[in-house]
Design a binder for this molecule. Structure first.
Ligand SMILES: [Zn+2]
Length: 747
């Protein structure tokens, strides 16, 4: 939980949209297939001839590049890099560009036009980007590791990961069981009126079971994590349950119809009679709409000083009396001993009041059905094909995917990453991660941190005291790179998953056991101090994040690779890639939410009032700027995306200046061949190409409603339009879209 307190680089594929993971894996699977055929053995003579021709053409191309390079060299006096890596990356970049576009008019089209033309959406996908394609390469590697016949690990946890994966792949067994595992579970909890008679007097019992050992979140969510006002201790936290009420907030009638159809189909697959299921599901849907209506939208919840309320369990009881909180929390955190003085942090005080009223005035049968429905949604992805088909239909309306073609193995890798991600991560880093990357990344972070601090001195709007404190906070930012060390020690890794039972038999049971296990882990954390080395992204993840309560930035191994970083790429590209990512995460410590936390990770005012005022004015400029951007006639929500936009702008600036310092110390580096860009220009094109992406109109709409990040196109355009050095290097006259004459700058 507390998802909004983790500022990420990229939208996370939340499992609320199940199965949105399909793609065509053939490209990345090559080379990992077991028992493959010898490369030349099956080639026809024509193929050999074509190969030879291809080789000759490539050699000719190389010669041309050489000649061009030499000419350029003699013309400009600068060198051209003709290493294999430089030639390869130059050719990929040229292909992704659209030279016919004017960089001062639409830089996104200029940098990504070719890429968008050559990358139509893969079947079953609602969006596709550089992030996805690296993610798929990582998945293919993991597939190979888990299916390797000689898998012989000394770690129990790694074996559990393999068992879990195999149980997920065993579709024969999953089909055999059908709906039975879930119908039995529902019966055990007390039933629901969709299929059976049910026990009418057990609201509290059902609430405790559904949200305790099975971790569903009807009405509200409960978790344990660091107390923002006392970051050295953990505390119970209660929040509204939808962070992103996508189904119910401003939905199109088409989406609502599809959602109801989905509910009815699931209900009948679980044994309900069609007519009565339809009637009851309509009631559940109306109840969810009522919940959505009292849910506070993200853009009104950004000021954590305002939404944080620490109360005791007794006070919570008075606030929201529909639930017996001591009984409920004691059960969720069993076997801990709680009493009504136990502190709880609320992030949605008014919501909890209102949800309590709503519970009190709603029919018990409907409340029961709604709670069971949240459990059905939580578990349905582990059932047979009929359930998957029902989900596919829903996704088509929701995010516009045409059909699901996710190969089963890919879904299973994702599921394994969700449950045993650090065991899987151990396999991943042993196979891929170069230890040297950690030192290089650390060095780059320091260069970017220095650039960020130097820029602080040039900010006219900040007073001296706050400036000094901001520098200290920047210095205190703690970094975690690649993976947590414990995963390479089999004993420590096994301890983390100790008590989680996994068999290669029942996928459904493995999943239930995991929910159960994670609820015990949550209880175990309450009386311990927060673990500084706890990671909330697994090593193969292609993303990064900032944790305000730790004042820490995290870069999993998954993102420390091309196109973000490669040791043999020009520095301009590494700074434009992973450098901007680093600057982005670092700037989160100073965005509208992160700035409220001090260098120790505590939510407390540490700014002078005059600078708070000036900061607000500066951020208003960005709210207005981004709110003007349109996606298919809909506006970007400048408030909802403010934190990410501040991070994008600050990140680009810090990375660019860090690159300038690098050049100043080391001298101008060689240019890439054939691309006809200066190294400064290359930095900007490299940055933009990280965000090349395509998506369906439905998914673009969904992103506008739910994502804290601006759409990729405006992450590029908005940031560069604010950056004078960009206009200077691309010679963009004032009045062009990329140099409008009005710039916003916060950091
Ligand atoms: Zn971010």
């Amino acid at each position: 939980m507390s998802n909004y307190k983790r500022a990420t680089l990229e939208e996370e594929d939340v499992s609320e949209v199940p199965g949105d993971t399909a793609s065509s894996p053939d490209r990345v699977e090559v080379g990992f297939r077991k028992g493959g055929i010898d490369v030349l053995g099956r080639r026809t003579r024509l193929e050999v001839l074509l190969l030879v021709l291809l080789l000759v053409t490539l050699l000719a191309l190389l010669a041309c590049l050489l000649v061009l390079g030499l000419r350029f060299h003699s013309e400009s006096g600068r060198g051209i890099c003709l290493s294999e890596a430089c030639i390869t990356v130059a050719s990929q970049m040229v292909e992704a560009m659209d030279r016919s576009a004017d960089p001062c008019h639409d830089f996104y089209q200029f940098a990504c036009g070719g890429w968008m033309r050559k990358n139509p959406l893969p079947d079953g996908r609602s969006h596709w980007s550089t992030f996805n394609s690296i993610g798929e390469q990582n998945q293919a590697l993991l597939k190979h590791l888990l299916e390797n016949g000689t898998f012989n690990s000394s770690s129990e946890a790694e074996k559990k990961a393999q068992f879990y994966y195999l149980s997920c792949l065993n579709t024969q067994k999953i089909e055999e069981l059908g709906a039975k595992p879930l119908t039995e579970l529902i019966a055990k909890i007390g039933g629901w009126s969709i299929t059976d008679p049910w026990d009418k007097d057990n609201f509290m019992e059902v609430l405790k079971v559904v949200s305790g050992p099975y971790r569903a979140q009807p009405f509200f969510s409960v978790g344990v994590s660091a107390d923002p006002k006392n970051s050295n201790s953990n505390i119970i936290q209660v929040n509204q349950s939808f962070e992103e009420p996508q189904i119910c907030r401003g939905p199109t009638p088409k989406v609502l119809v599809a959602y109801l159809d989905y509910m009815v189909e699931l209900g009948t697959l679980l044994g309900g009679e069609k007519g009565s299921t339809h009637l009851q599901m309509q009631q559940i849907l109306d109840f969810e709409k009522a919940l959505a209506n009292i849910t506070v939208p993200q853009d009104q919840r950004r000021d954590e000083e305002k939404i944080y309320h620490k109360v005791s369990v007794a006070e919570l009881q008075l606030l929201a009396p529909a639930v017996d909180w001591l009984e409920y929390l004691s059960s969720s955190l069993s076997p801990l001993d709680l009493n009504d003085t136990e502190p709880v942090v609320l992030y949605a005080r008014e919501y909890l009041q209102q949800v309590s009223d709503l519970i009190n005035k709603t029919d018990r049968s409907l409340l029961n059905n709604y709670m069971i429905w949240t459990l059905v949604q939580k578990t349905v992805a582990s059932l047979d094909q009929r359930f998957e088909n029902a989900q596919d239909k829903l996704l088509e309306s929701l995010i516009g995917t045409k059909k699901s073609c996710t190969p089963r193995w890919q879904t299973c890798i994702e599921n394994t990453d969700d449950t045993l991600g650090f065991a899987l991560g151990a396999l991943f880093v042993k196979a891929t991660f170069d230890k040297k990357s950690k030192d290089i990344a650390e060095e780059m972070i320091d260069e970017i941190r220095s650039a960020f601090k130097e820029a602080l001195d040039r900010l006219g709007w900040m007073d001296g005291t706050t400036r000094q404190a901001a520098k200290e906070k920047a210095d205190a930012i703690y970094d975690m790179i690649g993976f947590p060390e414990f995963i390479l020690d089999p004993k420590e890794l096994d301890d983390v998953y100790d008590g989680y039972e996994v068999s290669d038999e029942s996928f459904f049971q493995n999943m239930l056991n995991f929910y159960n296990f994670s609820s015990r882990v949550m209880a175990d954390q309450l009386r311990k101090p927060p673990n500084k080395d706890q990671w909330s992204m697994t090593p193969p993840t292609v993303n990064a994040y900032y944790m305000p309560t730790k004042n820490g930035i995290v870069f999993p191994a998954g993102i420390l690779q091309a196109p973000f970083y490669a040791h043999d790429h020009p520095k301009a590209l590494n700074f434009g890639g992973i450098g901007v990512v680093m600057g982005h995460e670092l700037t989160h410590a100073f965005d509208d939410q992160g700035r409220e936390y001090d260098k120790e990770g505590n939510l407390r005012p540490w700014w002078q009032n005059s600078s708070v005022e000036a900061f607000r004015e500066r951020t208003e400029c960005m709210v207005d700027q981004y709110s003007q951007y349109l996606v298919n006639t809909e506006h970007v929500n400048g408030k909802q995306t403010l934190g990410e936009n501040i991070a994008d702008n600050g990140g680009l600036k810090a990375a660019y200046h860090a690159y300038q310092s690098w050049v100043w110390k080391n001298g101008e580096e060689k240019r890439l061949p054939a691309i006809n860009l200066t190294n400064d220009q290359l930095f900007f094109v490299g940055f933009a190409q990280v965000w090349c992406s395509v998506r369906t109109p439905e998914s673009a709409h969904e992103g506008l409603v739910t994502d804290a990040h601006s759409p990729p196109r405006y992450r590029v355009i908005g940031t560069l339009a604010n950056f004078p050095e960009f206009s200077q290097h691309f010679h963009c006259p004032v009045g062009t879209p990329m140099n409008t004459g009005k710039r916003c700058e916060v950091w």
